[in-house]
Write a protein that binds this ligand. Structure first.
Ligand SMILES: *Cc1c(COP(=O)(O)O)cnc(C)c1O
Length: 461
């Protein structure tokens, strides 16, 4: 299994290389040269198996020779051992044909743990074999950073620097990043918004001298290893609702397009998914693009679902690559135009995207209303991101079972939940002392040179 860049000009890599590299050297994202498929019999045989066993079967064809079967099984089992639910991703019924896939039972209470915990194990195994060390730099709108710090804290072969927009993450998110005491993890509060943080990380990857000097590695949602880990729960959810004998639809609260792209891969692998619905908050570039065919940037407006306050949706490039018949030059041309504010997707490519993804958006009012309504009428406390998904899913309910991804625990966003319902969502007991732990954070200007100087000064290797 080889991985190729969406811009067509970087060398093809193995799974291990693609995972450790993150962004390709031509600025593109790595995708598998071919997506392996599973037969209906293989999918049917997943019924009743553990999350870990399904994870092994879904991901094994993608990892090539990077790990032996026995090693890979061990890494998967370690990755999910710290989850607070035996099913890892339990499915609960919300309404007659509407289900919630609870992805918030990991150590930082958001779905990012599914990918990050596994990536942590895979990085550690690959690096300890080669004796190398890397510096992981990531941008976060809140949940990626906390999941990364949690997954890599104390690992000898890595330093982790997480850039988050100062003042724009929830207190729980911030504390999950600033309270781990291990000296290899560093939270940087950047003056700017998430897109500024993400742009700084991209610039560091394109600064080849710096990239070599600090042995830069990325674990942002563009990392193929993360997308892959997220494919698994589409299978466990669909199989428990009757796949492959019955079709299932999914609605996915979306920001960087990583989670929904994992659903697209699951479908390409042969999982019978009817609709894949993109749900955005009022930062709705993806919804607008799917409605109009024009990908145009607007400013970011802060919302109560901050992990989706994004205007440049990195993983969308992977969908564009397929929409353009895997023509890297066409994708590279469009991405150049993004610097001027946006681009028009060509007719054929737009048609493919419209046939593949449906979409909807939720205003702040819609989101509050959904939280309030589902608490009062269904007894479910939704986090604001999940509420965006549930609101949009309601517009797409039909005969096919609908699964909305519940991407975070309500206690991770207590202010919005309290405003909507009057209820303070309690943290699970295993992290009840979060508010008492001391914080450690570095404030930094939203300026590439300033950020690079902090990284050089703090690296432990
Ligand atoms: C990251 C995140 C999202 C958006 O996921 P993408 O993969 O970026 O589309 C939605 N909800 C929560 C809680 C998140 O942390």
């Amino acid at each position: 299994m080889r991985y190729i860049s969406t811009r067509g000009k970087a060398p093809a890599l193995t799974f291990e290389e693609a995972m450790l590299t993150g962004l390709a050297r031509d600025g593109g994202l790595y995708v598998p040269e071919e997506v392996p498929t599973l037969t209906n019999a293989q999918i049917a045989a997943m019924a009743g198996k553990s999350y870990e066993d399904v994870a092994f079967e879904v991901m094994r064809p993608f990892i090539g020779e990077t790990f032996t079967d026995a090693q890979f099984k061990t890494l998967i089992s370690r990755a999910y051992a710290g989850f607070g639910h035996a099913a890892r991703a339990p499915l609960v019924q919300l309404d007659s044909n509407h289900f919630l896939l609870e992805l918030f039972h990991g150590p930082t209470l958001a779905f990012k743990d599914f990918a990050m915990q596994l990536i942590g194990q895979m990085f550690q195994a690959a690096l300890s074999r080669s004796g190398e060390r890397v510096t992981i730099v990531g941008a976060t709108s809140g949940d990626t950073g906390s999941a990364a710090i949690e997954a890599f804290r104390g690992l000898a072969a890595v330093d982790v620097f997480i850039l988050y927009p100062h003042g724009r993450v929830s207190e729980v998110q911030r504390r999950q990043m600033t309270t781990p005491a291990e000296s290899n993890v560093h939270a940087l509060a950047v003056d700017g918004d998430f897109d500024d943080c993400q742009a700084a990380v991209k610039d560091m990857f394109n600064d080849f001298t710096f990239r070599e000097e600090v042995k830069l590695a990325g674990v942002n949602s563009i990392n193929w290893g993360r997308v892959l880990a997220q494919v698994v729960y589409y299978f466990t959810a669909a199989v428990s609702l009757g796949a492959p004998h019955r079709e299932v639809s999914f609605t996915v609260p979306t920001g960087n397009f990583g989670d929904i792209f994992a659903g697209y891969i699951a479908k390409k692998m042969g999982l019978p998914i009817a609709d894949l619905v993109v749900a955005t908050n009022r930062n709705d570039i993806l919804h607008r693009t799917l409605q109009t065919g024009a990908y145009t940037k607007e400013g970011v407006t802060p919302t109560i679902s901050p992990s989706m306050d994004i205007q440049v949706s990195s993983n969308f490039e992977r969908a564009l690559f397929d929409a353009y018949g895997r023509d890297g030059a066409a994708v590279a041309g469009q991405m150049d135009d993004l610097g001027n504010g946006g681009f028009e997707i060509s007719q054929g490519a737009y048609q493919m995207l419209k046939d593949t993804f449906k979409s909807g958006r939720a205003s702040e009012e819609d989101t509050f209303t959904a939280i309030k309504h589902y608490r009062a009428n269904h007894g479910e406390l939704l986090c604001p991101h999940t509420a965006v998904g549930v609101h949009v899913a309601e517009e797409h309910l039909g005969a096919t079972p609908m699964v909305t991804l519940a991407t975070a625990h309500p206690a991770k966003f207590p202010d919005a939940v309290k405003e909507a319902t009057g209820i303070t969502a309690p943290l699970p007991p295993r992290m009840a002392d979060l508010y008492d732990r001391p914080e450690r954070v570095t404030r930094v200007a939203g300026d590439l040179a300033a950020i690079q100087a902090v990284i050089r000064g703090r690296m432990t290797h």
